[in-house]
Write a protein that binds this ligand. Structure first.
Ligand code: ADP
Length: 402
């Protein structure tokens, strides 16, 4: 052998691609059971393993089998183990292979072991297989943690929503539950599309590949609608965590404009940035970006082809505390005065735009987020001339921006 590493010491490109897709599938998966099941199924397929198992601890730290692939039910009687060492000892029995064919790695989050994943291989594990299973275990551990936390947040949200009287609470609860439950099958649709594009179920021609891409795009669109519904329900229940750090307003405005650049170009619109100041504000940069993406997205969406959208940042000193200001201005249809009073209401959409995509939540969410960050979101518009949406957030002085 030459000085080059053994081929089996490194995963091949196909496996790395699969690993990335598994990571993507995890982000759609919101329940603990589904994450565990996805981990065993995708883990077995990634490593061409005959069987796979995920074990997670219960409240008293006893490890239980939570998901299996290729393990007959009669073998599942031997599924409890008081600690990791004993669990690992029982794995050859459970997976029905020799001890040298078992590959087991811990699931670790923030330095603590939160379970284990193991697979039964046809031969003693190679370094590449160990690396791949560890990488998958890292993804699974984070997804499991999110599912656990997400479950807690959902329970908290549901109990708060239950406590809130009246139709709004009931509607929000129903919508939030629906949105949550639709996420998982949507994840499955995305996953199967990727598998088909990867030709796991047989050859795929160019036309079919195009259609699969469209199915995935539609899934993403649905997912973003679901996220809006969930966001609105969380905001109504008062359980949205908002960071408060120094942020360079112009930098976030630039990022948001870059995200919408291709959409504006597709409509031959000009999307320009004007920075008359570079204020440092006190805000949550991710939430601020979310607001700006929504406002610029609306400007692009409602302004006809060849129109102009300008994103400008400045300092605003009209009130007692100085504020940073971003204006998103378009030369689109404008908004009648009567509608300006209601466009920030959830689910409000103008009669004239019902043929365009949207559910009428973007502005309501943006308004609530700006308010939670101690700022304001307002509109100035004239019918037939265009609209300006204005965000103002309190300035931070003498701070190092993140
Ligand atoms: P959506 O975009 O899903 O319709 P939004 O809450 O973002 O929902 O917007 C609510 C309504 O406000 C829109 O349906 C549209 O009628 C109006 N609107 C928002 N932005 C603009 C804009 N830049 N120009 C004209 N109308 C707008």
């Amino acid at each position: 052998m030459s000085g080059r590493p053994d081929r089996a010491a490194e995963p091949d490109i196909q496996q790395l691609r699969k690993l990335t897709e598994i990571g993507r599938a995890f982000t759609y998966t919101t329940s603990l059971e589904q994450v565990a099941q996805l981990a065993v199924e995708r883990g077995a397929s990634l490593l061409a393993a005959d069987a796979a198992v995920v074990m997670l601890p219960d409240a008293s730290e006893v490890l239980h089998v939570r998901a299996t692939h290729g393990v007959p039910t009669q073998r599942l009687t031997r599924t409890r183990a008081p600690d990791a060492a004993e669990a690992i000892e029982r794995l050859p029995d459970l997976l029905d292979v020799g001890v040298d064919r078992v590959l087991a790695v811990p699931l670790v989050v923030g330095g603590s072991v939160t379970g284990l994943i193991a697979v039964a291989l046809g031969a003693p594990p190679t370094a590449a297989e160990e690396w791949l299973l560890s990488a998958l275990a890292d993804q699974a551990a984070v997804a499991l943690e999110h599912a656990r936390l997400g479950g807690e947040v959902r329970l908290e949200m549901e109990s708060r929503l239950r406590a809130s009287e009246g139709a709004t609470g009931a509607k929000d609860r129903a919508l939030a539950t629906l949105a949550h439950d639709i996420r998982s099958p949507l994840g499955a649709i995305d996953g199967y599309c990727w598998n088909m594009e990867d030709q796991l179920y047989g050859p795929v021609n160019d036309n079919q590949r195009k259609v699969l891409g469209r199915i995935r795009m539609s899934g993403r669109h649905l997912l973003s609608l679901l996220d809006s519904v969930m966001d609105m329900a969380r905001l109504n229940a008062g359980i949205v965590a908002i960071a408060s750090v120094p942020v360079r307003l112009a930098a976030v405005a630039r990022e948001a404009a870059e995200i919408l650049g291709p959409a504006a170009a597709a409509k031959r619109q000009t999307l320009s940035l004007e920075e008359s100041a570079d204020p440092v504000i006190d805000a949550d940069p991710d939430r601020l970006r979310q607001i700006l993406v929504n406002l610029i997205g609306n400007a692009v969406k409602f302004t006809p082809e060849s129109g102009a959208v300008v994103v400008s940042t400045s300092e605003y000193r009209g009130v007692s505390t100085p504020h940073g200001e971003v204006r998103v201005t378009d030369n689109g249809p404008g908004i009648p005065a009567a509608e300006q009073a209601v466009i920030f209401d959830p689910y409000y959409r103008s009669e004239s735009v019902t043929q365009l995509p949207g559910v009428g939540l973007g502005l309501a969410i943006s308004h609530a987020l700006a308010k939670q960050m101690g700022g304001t979101l307002t509109v100035e518009s004239q019918l037939g001339t265009g609209s300006s949406f204005v965000i103002r957030l309190p300035l931070v002085r003498d701070a190092t921006p993140s």
